[in-house]
Ligand binder design. Structure first.
Ligand code: ZN
Ligand code: ZN
Length: 414
């Protein structure tokens, strides 16, 4: 009996190996000089976007609470026609965008869902670093208009930012391209449903109201038969259900379940329920929304996506939804065509330098508003150390064949 079992087992093993070998007969050795294409990671700057393809990079998927791993909300949408759109610029997200190495002038269209800092906090940094990142084209910004107070709209908000950073702009404009700080702001009526406000180059963008205090909106982008939907922050709302239904790619906020707010943030039960379920969407309700909307890919964002939270999030979402799902984290990237949606992780470049300028520079504007140095600063230059600076400039001129005068460090010798 023992012998019979052994024979059977030897026979099955040999049979198994034989069938495996038969299945592998078509194998060829992979070239040792051609790279084997990675299926799980995306290296920015290495892939051409197909004319029919949409690429979405999560540059921020986190919460107001600061953390290195997840910036505030920010999604970059790149289209095969060359257009690029940024939806929200939550705190920390502009460094993540920079890590993709995209020429700054190509990133000139920003759409803000609402003016909480986890969605708009990096706007000043994004705007002000354009000049030092070789931007030479104006920036365009869209966002909700004011509710009870017109000053609370995105135009009033931007004017306040301009005032707050007036010194930075004035001091840099005296030497930089004046267009890099130019800003065109368009306010959107936050109560308008399916509000078509952008139509250019085959791209249509609509705003929808959301339920997240007043004055918050979501966005729907349509291009080339593909529909992208972004909820911003919101409790489950009928407008998203109606207008994002059947989207190819739908990002909707989803908070941690309220019990995790108790555990992770040491909140009171009252605060946990208010923060996690009111004016926001629970993961179970996210599942219900996606079960009704049925996108080709449902993306849950705006929660701390960690080893101990992801499985709970998915369990809650799966109570009502069984379709394609991504639990977003920073640098997740999706390539979307009519046939396929692939989900990968971006390998960002933490040591990025700005790509070169795309258009010729314009000279700085010199008029009565041009920043004037106080002579007191000039009085601080000193001959010994200024001579060293002049030596460096002289060597540079010799190397580069230029004739640049060290205007400031020459002062002690005049
Ligand atoms: Zn918010
Ligand atoms: Zn938020």
């Amino acid at each position: 009996m023992r012998f019979a079992n052994l024979t059977t087992s030897v026979f099955l093993t040999i049979f198994g190996i034989a069938s495996q070998l038969a299945a592998e007969e078509g194998l060829k050795a992979w070239s040792s000089t051609e790279p084997f294409p990675s299926q799980t990671v995306y290296f920015p700057g290495t892939e051409t976007l197909h004319p029919d393809e949409m690429r979405v990079v999560a540059c921020g998927t986190g919460m107001p609470q600061p953390r290195m791993k997840q910036a505030g909300s920010c999604f970059l949408v790149e289209l095969g026609n060359g257009d690029k759109f940024i939806f929200d610029l939550g705190k920390g997200s502009s460094d993540h965008i920079a890590a993709l190495g995209i020429p700054t002038d190509q990133l000139n269209k920003v759409f803000i869902s609402h003016l909480h800092f986890d969605h708009a906090g990096d706007f000043p940094a994004f705007w002000l670093t354009r000049g030092v990142n070789a931007a030479r084209q104006p920036l365009f910004l869209w966002g909700p208009g004011g509710g009870q107070n017109p000053k609370w709209g995105i135009r009033g908000w931007t004017e306040t930012i301009k005032q707050a950073w007036a010194w930075d702009v004035a001091t840099r404009e005296s030497s930089g391209d004046p267009r890099s700080t130019q800003l065109t702001v368009t306010e959107l009526d936050w109560k308008k449903v399916n509000n078509l406000f952008y139509e250019e180059n085959g791209v249509k963008i609509y705003s929808i109201p959301t339920i997240h205090i007043d004055q918050s909106i979501g966005y729907i982008l349509e291009w080339n038969g593909l529909k992208f939907a972004y909820s911003g922050d919101t409790a489950p709302n009928k407008w998203f259900l109606e207008h994002a239904s059947g989207a190819d790619f739908a990002i909707h906020e989803s908070m941690l379940p309220p019990e995790l707010w108790l555990e992770k943030y040491s909140m009171s039960p009252q605060a946990a329920v208010m923060s996690g379920t009111q004016g926001h969407t629970t993961p179970r309700a996210f599942g219900k929304i996606m079960d009704i909307a049925r996108p080709r890919m449902a993306v849950a964002s705006h929660f701390q996506n960690d080893f101990d939270t992801a499985s709970l999030m998915e369990k809650e979402i799966r109570v009502h939804y069984d379709g394609p799902l991504s639990l977003a984290t920073d640098f997740m990237v999706w390539n979307i065509t009519k046939e396929n949606i692939t989900t990968r992780m971006t390998v960002p470049n933490p040591e990025t330098y700005p790509p070169p300028a795309q258009v010729a520079a314009e000279p700085p504007i010199v008029d009565e508003n041009t920043y004037q140095w106080d002579p007191f600063s000039f009085s601080g230059f000193e001959p010994q150390t200024s001579a060293v600076t002049n030596e460096v400039v002289k060597e540079f001129n010799e190397q580069q064949g230029t004739d640049i005068e060290p205007i400031l460090s020459n002062i002690p010798f005049k």
